[in-house]
Design a protein around this ligand. Structure first.
Ligand SMILES: [Zn+2]
Length: 231
């Protein structure tokens, strides 16, 4: 237990360090099934040294728990055409990327990531990835929420949900560019929450700041910008 001091309550610290990031906590069963999914996905990476017959026992365990769902994994972007992929950028993952360290050039972009602890070892190219962000208030480290994804994609996503393309197509709206003549060319789908846009070719746009200007402020901003443009 690690509870920070709050108001009149002193901080509390009980038991030895567990060595895990607190929001990653899961009970034994969820943790075991999450590991089975990750092991199955490891065996299905590009260039994996494992063959399909070696994953049959994992499939049996997952099927028994009702969580062996390769079709859903394809729809969620964990798998693409039977090979493990990064749910954010949808690129196929290579087995070696689970072990290779990110380069120094890539490291700068990871410095603010929650999983990077100062002076700890460098991150691997591919990391544990959660489709729904982990919080202290919910148990989100479950077999239905884990995947392998690029450390850099994890950082870019931040504490946001990773909306799969399938969800944007079924629940979201098509988005396009309106040209001078009013012609619309669509290029992707946007989530209902307006947080993420995806193109079927793999590009991803994420909203990084929410709307916060009043109608009045917006009107005067647009008015200024139109005058500025015409000058
Ligand atoms: Zn990626």
């Amino acid at each position: 237990m690690r509870i920070a001091a709050h108001g009149n309550n002193a901080s509390r610290s009980d038991g030895p360090p567990q060595g895990i990031f607190a929001p990653e906590y899961a009970d034994e069963n969820n943790n075991y099934l999450a590991k089975c999914v990750l092991a199955w996905l490891t065996a299905h990476t590009a260039d994996s040294p494992y063959v399909a017959t070696q994953t049959q026992h994992l499939e049996t365990v997952l099927r028994d728990a009702g969580v062996f769902q390769p079709r859903e994994w394809e729809a969620m972007g964990l798998l693409r055409s039977g090979l493990t992929s990064c749910p954010l950028c949808m690129k196929h993952l290579r087995y070696s990327e689970l072990h290779d360290q990110v380069s120094f050039a890539d490291e700068a972009s990871l410095l603010n990531a929650a999983e990077q602890v100062a002076n700890a070892t460098r991150s691997t190219v591919v990391n544990l990835f959660h489709m729904v962000p982990l919080t202290y208030s919910d148990v989100e480290h479950t077999s239905q929420n884990v995947a392998w994804g690029h450390a850099i994609c994890n950082t870019k996503l931040g504490q946001r949900k990773c909306y799969p393309l399938s969800e944007l197509i079924s629940d979201g709206s098509k988005v396009g560019i309106v040209d001078q003549e009013g012609l619309i060319s669509t290029f992707g789908w946007i989530s209902k929450s307006l947080e993420m846009i995806r193109s079927p070719a793999g590009a991803v746009w994420i909203r990084i700041v929410e709307d916060h200007l009043s109608d009045e402020d917006q009107a005067s901003l647009i008015e200024f910008l139109e005058i500025y443009r015409d000058e």
